[in-house]
Design a binder for this molecule. Structure first.
Ligand SMILES: CC(C)(COP(=O)(O)OP(=O)(O)OC[C@H]1O[C@@H](n2cnc3c(N)ncnc32)[C@H](O)[C@@H]1OP(=O)(O)O)[C@@H](O)C(=O)NCCC(=O)NCCS
Length: 226
């Protein structure tokens, strides 16, 4: 892995770099990829370099390349922009530029990785996104990561000869925390056996089986919020 920033099971995120511009130019001129993105004309390598420079600069932006772990292939970009450090909110954006890579769970994993980073490291309160209402694969992946539908913007974009609705989706930190509580439960408390029955010293507890041992394992405890 090269410069891994957030690591998932199937993909990892690394910083987006100027060298990625050529790949992005290929994707941003592919109508299969751009039909559910903000409309842009034919895109040049220079424009993609400028986009990368903008999206990787300043405290309002966090931009990453999505890399498949299996073969180190860069398959897309994802990140936050418009980060508002007072309202503690940010807009999420993602694009997997290789259509053959859609529907394999990569988008959901990236959305989950970035939400965990937003809430546990950046200390954000709200993460939101806008998507074409008919981008059903995208909407499904966002829902699985925890986003909820907030509203519909009617006839908000004009694509392929028709006006289309956009949906607003968002996650608030408290609801994300509730949904991502550790699932493992502490072992039930056991009544310490009496010394006579268990053969332990009077009043003593069997080491490792009393209430102390009944606490959740370290990995099962909620992680400290930063
Ligand atoms: C949107 C995008 C990021 C989603 O990533 P992805 O890796 O394809 O998403 P995942 O595979 O994790 O999840 C997609 C889910 O939608 C489901 N899905 C796919 N097409 C669907 C459809 N037409 N109707 C209903 N569900 C659909 C998949 O089955 C999957 O759900 P499941 O895992 O429960 O079966 C990716 O398709 C993409 O980059 N598209 C082009 C650019 C884009 O639209 N960017 C987002 C702009 S908001």
């Amino acid at each position: 892995m090269e410069f891994p920033f957030l690591i998932g099971e199937q993909v990892y995120l690394r910083p987006l770099q100027l060298d990625d511009a050529v790949l992005l130019t290929e994707w941003m001129n592919d109508s299969r990829v751009t039909r559910t993105l903000r409309p842009r004309g034919p895109v040049t390598v220079q424009e993609e370099r400028e986009w990368i420079e903008t999206r990787t600069r300043g405290p309002q932006n966090l931009a990453c390349a999505i890399v498949r772990r299996r073969d180190e292939r860069m398959i897309g970009t994802a990140g936050f922009h418009g980060i508002d450090w007072q309202a503690r909110s940010a807009e999420f954006g993602i694009s997997i530029g290789v259509p053959a890579m859609w529907g394999r769970g990569y988008g959901t994993e990236v959305a989950r990785l970035l939400l965990a980073h937003a809430f546990r490291t950046m200390n954000l309160h709200r993460v939101w996104l806008r998507a074409h209402a008919d981008n059903l694969g995208g909407r499904r992946s966002y829902e699985k990561a925890g986003y909820r539908l907030e509203g519909v913007q009617r006839d908000a974009v004009y694509r392929e000869g028709v006006y289309k609705d956009m949906v607003l989706m968002a996650v608030l930190r408290p609801e994300w925390e509730r949904a991502n509580r550790p699932t493992s439960r502490p072992a039930p408390l056991r009544r310490p056996r009496t010394a006579s029955r268990a053969g332990t010293p009077a009043g003593g507890r069997v080491r490792g089986r009393g209430p102390r041992a009944a606490r959740p394992a370290a990995s099962a405890r909620p992680r400290r919020a930063h």
